[in-house]
Design a binder for this molecule. Structure first.
Ligand code: SAM
Length: 311
């Protein structure tokens, strides 16, 4: 069945929580229920079906080696891999302990022939225990989560992401944090810089041949009046494309899928030659400089917040 047909089903399934309310315990615009992606049970398989179409277009073999960043309590890509008959190795990079255990169980159930392993190390740790080259790093709607994770402390990360289970309301703290981020444009710029640099570095460390990411207007964010997060994610995606192109090592495509109302970034590694080698060195020098600036700004921001809380 075509992806948009699945999406239609997913939209029709909604609402489950009564008119005008959503699972994020906020009143929401009924029009949002029609327009954007829903929180219904069929949304995961629907999105999985969209994913598998992209993976097939990229000729990804069922026995390949993949790394998924931040599955959370969601097996959206897992549904797609099940359709592909995936029987390769899959690393789930998930710092949150409860989400990691949930995801491993669910992915292994969906992909009985695959080897599903996990890593607790965040993207910023740039470490993954793979035993060979990786065919693709994949992630569904994760850039906003990476941005937020850099802004808050480790215990806050644990609390917030540990709550994000299907059908469970989003903590008020989540909206509070995002309002703070969105209201501080300098910090926002620094967070975007840091995510871009970390993802580029991660691809290098993991030696992945591809990066496949998507972004869409989250129904939950829209419900909570946080639709602007989507604009920030799209901006980050665009910056990531530019940064990858600047390394001279990737061919990149950023495209809008109007049927599914989704933006996709697909980057594929070019064969290495001497020219690319020099741009790699230049790239890592730029990375070190912008990371230094970003972490200084974020530390300053944390200090100001702490002082503000004390006063
Ligand atoms: C809320 S989930 C949602 C994304 C999920 N892929 C989906 O489509 O629903 C995001 C996950 O990203 C994880 N995460 C946050 N920061 C991360 C980081 N720096 N590196 C890897 N994962 C991270 C969180 O622990 C969380 O479980």
């Amino acid at each position: 069945m075509h992806g948009s047909r699945y999406l239609e089903m997913a939209r029709q399934d909604y609402p489950r929580h009564g008119p005008g309310t959503c699972s994020y315990s906020c009143t929401c615009d009924p029009a949002a229920q029609r327009i954007q992606h829903s929180s219904s049970d069929s949304w995961g398989p629907a999105l999985g079906h969209i994913w598998v179409q992209h993976l097939r277009k990229l000729h990804l073999e069922p026995d390949s080696t993949l790394v998924e960043i931040g599955p959370g309590f969601s097996a959206k890509i897992g549904f797609g891999l099940a359709e592909l008959g995936f029987c390769g190795a899959l690393f789930l990079v998930e710092p949150n302990g409860s989400a990691r255990r949930w995801a491993q169980r669910e992915y292994q159930r969906l992909l009985p022939a695959a080897q599903v392993r996990t890593s607790h190390r965040a993207v910023s740790d740039a470490d993954l225990p793979t035993e060979g080259p990786v065919d693709a790093i994949i992630a569904n709607h994760v850039l906003d989560d990476l941005l937020m994770s850099y802004f808050i402390s480790a215990p806050e990360n644990d609390r917030i992401f540990g709550h994000m289970r299907p059908g469970v309301g989003c903590p008020e703290k989540f909206s509070e944090i995002w309002r703070e981020i969105l209201g501080a444009s300098r910090v926002l710029h620094e967070l975007v810089d840091r995510v871009v640099e970390d993802v580029v570095h991660y691809i290098d460390v993991v030696q992945s041949d591809r990066l496949i990411l998507n972004e869409y207007l989250s129904w939950h964010h829209r419900c909570c009046g946080l639709g602007r997060i989507h604009r920030v994610s799209l901006w980050t995606l665009g910056r990531l494309k530019q940064r990858l192109m600047a390394t001279g090592q990737f061919s990149t495509q950023l495209f809008w899928d109007s049927t599914e109302a989704m933006q996709w970034l697909v980057a594929e590694r070019l064969t290495m030659d001497s020219d690319n080698f020099s741009s790699k060195i230049i790239g890592s020098r730029c990375r070190r400089r912008s990371l230094r600036i970003a972490s200084r700004e974020i530390q300053l921001w944390h200090r100001t917040r702490a002082e503000h809380a004390l006063s």
